[in-house]
Design a binder for this molecule. Structure first.
Ligand SMILES: NC(=O)c1ccc[n+]([C@@H]2O[C@H](COP(=O)([O-])OP(=O)(O)OC[C@H]3O[C@@H](n4cnc5c(N)ncnc54)[C@H](OP(=O)(O)O)[C@@H]3O)[C@@H](O)[C@H]2O)c1
Length: 325
């Protein structure tokens, strides 16, 4: 098969579509002929040699895909050859074929095209497993999403609105905030021109928000603690701003805050299967109802993966960038 190879750690130009060995099927997995895969921010780190795949996983990039099942391991009963599916991967999506544990496979959500289905597994599993399964974000609560226009953010806005949550977002331009508003965000804050802590306080009558989904890390830690309400929950999924923080942790005691972080890729196969199953139960109906839509900014052929990475690194995109195999 062909796969995008990181020829040497470096810039987007090191990505080359090359002939490689097919992945080997095992008894508990399926082999998918890939129709589309999607970029994730972590791919740009892996390309630079900073985010190696977990031991035993594919060396190729790609944390999600859609496609058609080409073969099925002998312990797998749910899926059959010819099924159109999408899947959460630990790697290997930037290729013509990928092998994935059967528990990480999902049907194509009703009403979604085969290629656009590749935009959902990683964002849906990340957002559902963090702020919903863990932080227990619920109807009637308030929710601040940093990076509202990111792949993660555009999904999180729609899912939270579907569940009756008031959504605050931050983003770095008015164009991005306009898009967030169209996806349903209630309060849109340009972090380059406004102090988000002050705005959150103003909009909540001084109370703060119930839950924050954070992709910035260190530089936002103190500000996030200040922006939370009593019994508030901060979930850190990214460290785009840096890893070091100095904060007044008395706020954690005084407001009974919960601070948590997690990475999806290093979860066990069993935990990933549990998350995927919860996503199918809780998120897929929202997509089928048309309440959560794929947000695809641009499609590239697999052979132009480097162009996709260049675009992602400009941060000009809104939503997901897809590669078509
Ligand atoms: N923990 C997990 O399991 C998990 C899983 C998936 C994703 N993530 C994390 O979630 C975040 C979003 O991922 P994604 O794939 O949705 O990313 P994405 O679409 O590339 O969006 C990232 C956005 O972050 C904003 N940003 C803030 N600080 C930035 C900086 N220093 N450099 C560049 N952009 C910056 C940019 O928007 P503005 O112009 O508004 O600043 C950018 O559009 C990433 O941090 C990613 O690593 C974590």
């Amino acid at each position: 098969m062909k796969a995008v190879v990181i020829t040497t750690p470096g810039g987007p130009e090191v990505l080359k579509l090359q002939q490689v060995d097919d992945p080997q099927l095992n008894d508990d997995a399926v082999l998918i002929r890939v129709a589309a895969t999607a970029l994730n921010r972590a791919d740009t780190l892996q390309r630079q040699g900073m985010y190696p795949p977990p031991k035993g996983e594919s060396e190729y990039l790609g944390l999600e895909c859609s496609g058609v099942i080409e073969s099925v391991g002998k312990n797998v009963s749910r899926w059959k050859v010819g099924d159109q599916v999408c899947a959460l991967l630990s790697g290997g999506g930037y290729a013509e074929k990928v092998v994935v544990p059967a528990g990480q496979v999902l049907p194509i959500p009703s009403g979604i095209s085969l290629k656009d289905a590749a935009s959902f597994p990683e964002v849906a599993c990340t957002v559902w497993s963090t702020v919903f399964m863990t932080s227990k974000l619920s109807s009637g609560e308030t929710f601040l999403i940093h990076g509202g226009s990111s792949g993660i953010g555009t999904f999180a806005i729609q899912m939270a609105k579907y569940l009756g949550i008031k959504v605050f977002v931050t983003a770095g331009s008015d164009e991005k905030l306009k898009a967030c508003k169209e996806f349903g965000a209630d309060i849109c804050i340009n972090y380059k021109t406004e102090d988000f802590v002050a705005r959150v306080k103003e909009e909540t009558g001084g109370k703060g928000v119930d839950v924050i989904l954070d992709n910035i890390g260190g530089p936002y830690f103190q500000k996030n603690l200040e922006s939370l309400s009593i019994d508030g929950r901060l979930f850190i999924i990214g460290l785009m701003g840096g890893v070091k923080a100095e904060a007044n942790i008395a706020l954690i005691l005084a407001k009974r805050l919960t601070v948590q972080g997690a990475g999806l890729r290093t979860r066990s196969v069993e935990k990933k299967a549990e998350i995927v199953s919860e996503v199918e139960k809780n998120v897929w109906p929202a997509i089928a109802e048309g309440k959560v839509k794929p947000v695809v900014y641009k499609y590239f052929p697999l052979s132009e993966a480097g162009e996709g990475h260049k675009l992602m690194e400009t941060s000009a995109h809104i939503g997901k960038i897809l590669l078509l195999a």
